[in-house]
Ligand binder design. Structure first.
Ligand SMILES: NC(=O)c1ccc[n+]([C@@H]2O[C@H](COP(=O)([O-])OP(=O)(O)OC[C@H]3O[C@@H](n4cnc5c(N)ncnc54)[C@H](O)[C@@H]3O)[C@@H](O)[C@H]2O)c1
Ligand SMILES: [Zn+2]
Length: 729
């Protein structure tokens, strides 16, 4: 028989080996996680091993011996604390990862309970650590960690320092003995502050709130624990004696709340699978709304008699299940740190990682912001790092897993010269965190980024000028010369110029070259030509859209120039006021600063920008190419008869909408306000006027009806005052 086909007691040797290997991995990980509070693998990886173990044991039941990790909870206690025997075994939870798992769990419960096990209590799975509190005659007697489920660490002194945990229970009918189980955690906001403090004190910050809560609860000095923001929420009971025993999980929560224990408001009791799934989906979207981190939802059969009927396996109850959301933190390898150059010349180090799936997307790059942050995070090239991506937030490197270092890791060195143009990098002003490439005119990276930006929706709105196009125009493969050397060239582009261009592809977020995973090399594309050498759709589209962009409104042209501090709102204000590029170009700093929303600093930046000769060349060349450099003149203003007056409009006025009534006032120089005060000059009322009318009456504000409003617009405020309903007492 070949080695691969060998069996021992009916189990293939390969399965035996894998089972032993996984058991070791899981035991070791549990020890690092529960005892040292310093995990070296991510929860996702751990869960993967655990699932594989379960699958092996399902296929070969003889592997499921009592000392298998699947039959155990947590890890043995460390010896740093006194040991405590739990009054009742503390269990773990089985996991579900999708709707099918959830439905299967419910079906099994239904089969075992011989009927509908519902209703179900749905609650959040707090990512903290389990605690058991014993209250005897209403007094907090002890607090203990879960340990291996039977024996835990005695952390009573530390538990007494947790805010919100009562030392004495209040209310009626308090049991003579009750063991309350719950989760100890650190709220997300407090966790951030705690880590900032630790960094200030020169200490290593915690990787995440769970680790910080676990490390804090298992502090040997309760004075340290007392200073840290631990909280607790209850999620069950171990024992209840000496008063009427509740009949359901939800009833327990209500009673414990009456006793003064901290109970979450975020649980729901629901009839069946549909509502359970709704609860799960709701918190998938709102995962970050609660003040603490959650890693899933726990679903429990609410009724205690049904819970007892269902019972437990060796490590978890059959009446509860934890639905786990995809991990937001994973471990991956930091392969390299490369620097990218942005539109304003800012040089940013980026982590280049082994691609890894986190929060539903594959991540291989993450910004490290600047050299100081690389140092602060303490990451070395070659490290295993913790990568976090919470929902839609950009991925972030949390820190290195230092326990996994083997000495081959090396420090990142921030370059002194621009990686794209070789110019020496500099801080723009003292105290800046970011180094910049000062070569704004000639740095190919900065030109590429500005050209791409100029094509954006809020600038010239040229769809055909995407990132690949911007790269091709500004950075063709040598020996080709760039067809766009500065923005000045943009509107002179011809189809003939585009056709021969070949270029590499870059990542839009970092500007770094993309590598073809198959060849390990940079990809080369001919973006503007087809295989036969003719113009591609991309080329035709770009040329056509450039033509249309010549009619862009002045505000968009201003945005496209990449003048520092001139984003869309400021550009809009400038354009509305000045109406032509020439006026802006010739305006003094004082005139510019008089525009609403522009302060002296921005005014100075604008003047400075226009004083640079190659900037003026952009304007000249764009103008020569036919770009419209001014807006239509503003509509003639009529006489400002309502200047200095404030109006409130309420109800429906015949012949007007809310907006058109307001426009009629503002175009005559009046102001429109939403609420009536003593300063209101007139209240204009239509049909169905509400409380504003009463308020105006009580304040003695003159009131105009529809006819009075027409008088106001035609003949002015004095004539209107004569027809107003004066309510002055
Ligand atoms: N990264 C690692 O090396 C490593 C090692 C061991 C365990 N782990 C993590 O821990 C998990 C296993 O730990 P576990 O055995 O504590 O199981 P678990 O975290 O999957 O679920 C059980 C625990 O959930 C907690 N919990 C939170 N909210 C709850 C609620 N509302 N109701 C009931 N219980 C609630 C309780 O403390 C309970 O003991 C793994 O899935 C993994 O994510 C990671
Ligand atoms: Zn440069």
């Amino acid at each position: 028989m070949s080695e691969a086909g060998a069996e021992v007691a009916g189990v293939p040797v390969a399965a035996l080996k894998r089972h032993a290997e996984l058991s070791d991995l899981v035991d070791e990980a549990r020890w690092r996680y529960y005892v040292l509070d310093q995990p070296t693998v991510s929860d996702a990886e751990f869960d993967g091993w655990f699932r594989e173990l379960l699958a092996l044991e399902e296929a070969h039941p003889s592997l499921q011996t009592p000392d298998s990790p699947t039959q155990k909870v947590g890890a043995p206690v460390s010896g740093d604390f006194a040991k405590v025997q739990h009054l009742n075994r503390m269990e773990s939870l089985d996991n579900a990862f999708n709707e099918a798992d959830m439905a299967a769990w419910m079906q099994r419960a239904e089969r075992l309970a011989e009927g509908d096990p519902g209703p179900y209590l749905c609650e959040l799975k707090i990512d903290g650590l389990a605690i058991a509190l014993v209250y005897r005659d209403g007094k907090l007697e002890r607090g203990a960690t879960r340990g291996d489920g039977r024996t835990g660490d005695d952390v009573t002194d530390n538990v007494r320092t947790i805010k919100g945990v009562p030392h004495r229970l209040t209310g009626d009918d308090v049991p003579s003995l009750v063991e309350v189980r719950g989760e100890v955690y650190i709220p997300v906001e407090d966790f951030k502050k705690l880590n900032e403090q630790l960094v200030e004190q020169g200490k290593t910050p915690f990787a995440n709130p769970r680790n910080s809560a676990a490390g804090t609860l298992r502090q040997k000095d309760p004075r340290v624990t007392a200073q840290r923001p631990l909280r607790m929420l209850v999620h069950g009971i171990g024992i209840w004696e000496g008063s009427a025993v509740p009949r359901a999980q939800s009833e327990v929560y209500e009673r414990l709340r009456e006793f003064g224990l901290p109970v979450s408001d975020l649980y729901r009791v629901v009839p069946g699978l549909t509502e359970v799934n709704e609860f799960i989906e709701n918190y998938r979207v709102h995962r970050h709304d609660p003040p603490y981190e959650i890693d899933g939802v726990v679903v429990k059969v609410d009724d205690f008699r049904t819970q007892r009927e269902l019972g437990s396996t060796s490590r978890a109850p059959r009446w509860a299940i934890a639905y786990k959301y995809p991990p937001e933190e994973v471990n991956t390898k930091l392969l390299d740190i490369q620097v990218g150059v942005g539109r304003t010349g800012r040089v940013t180090p980026y982590a280049v990682m082994e691609p890894v799936s986190v929060s539903g997307s594959t991540v291989e790059r993450a910004t490290l912001h600047n050299a100081a942050i690389v140092v602060k995070k303490g990451v070395l090239i070659g490290d295993t790092v913790v990568l976090r991506k919470a929902g839609d937030v950009i991925p972030e490197i949390v820190g290195p897993v230092t326990a996994l270092r083997d000495g081959s890791e090396r420090e990142f060195v921030m370059p002194t010269h621009c990686p794209e143009c070789g110019t020496e990098l500099a801080y723009e002003k003292e105290g800046d965190a970011d180094l910049r490439c000062p070569n704004a005119r000639g740095c190919p990276a900065q030109i590429r980024e500005r050209i791409f930006f100029a094509g954006g929706r809020r600038a010239l709105d040229i769809d055909g000028l995407g990132y690949v196009a911007a790269t091709a125009l500004t950075q063709p493969l040598p020996p080709q010369e760039p067809v766009v050397r500065t923005e000045a060239d943009l509107f002179d582009l011809t189809l003939e110029q585009l056709l021969p261009i070949k270029s590499i592809v870059r990542d839009q977020n970092t500007g770094l070259a993309k590598i073809d995973p198959k060849t390990g090399e940079e990809k080369v594309v001919s973006f503007f030509s087809n295989i036969d050498g003719g113009a591609s759709q991309n080329a035709l589209q770009l040329i056509e859209e450039l033509k249309q962009a010549k009619q862009a409104p002045l505000a968009n042209v201003l945005v496209a120039l990449s003048i520092r501090h001139i984003g869309p709102p400021t550009a809009r204000a400038l354009a509305d006021e000045m109406r032509s590029i020439d006026r802006i170009m010739n305006a003094s700093e004082e005139e510019l600063a008089a525009v609403e929303g522009i302060g002296p600093r921005v005014a100075a930046t604008i003047r400075e920008w226009f004083s640079v000769d190659w900037h003026r060349e952009i304007i000249d060349r764009w103008r020569a190419a036919g770009v419209r450099m001014e807006d239509e003149p503003a509509p003639e203003k009529g006489p400002q008869t309502l200047e200095g007056l404030t109006f409130v409009v309420t109800g429906t006025l015949e012949g007007y909408t809310r907006d058109s009534a307001a426009d009629a006032i503002t175009s005559r120089g009046g102001k429109v306000s939403g609420s009536v005060s003593k300063k209101t000059s007139f209240l204009v009322v239509g049909e169905n006027a509400g409380s504003k009318y009463d308020k105006a009456v009580s304040l003695g504000v003159p009131i105009l009806d529809g006819a009075g409003f027409e008088v106001l617009l035609k003949d002015g405020p004095e004539a209107a005052a004569a027809v107003a309903v004066s309510t002055e007492a």
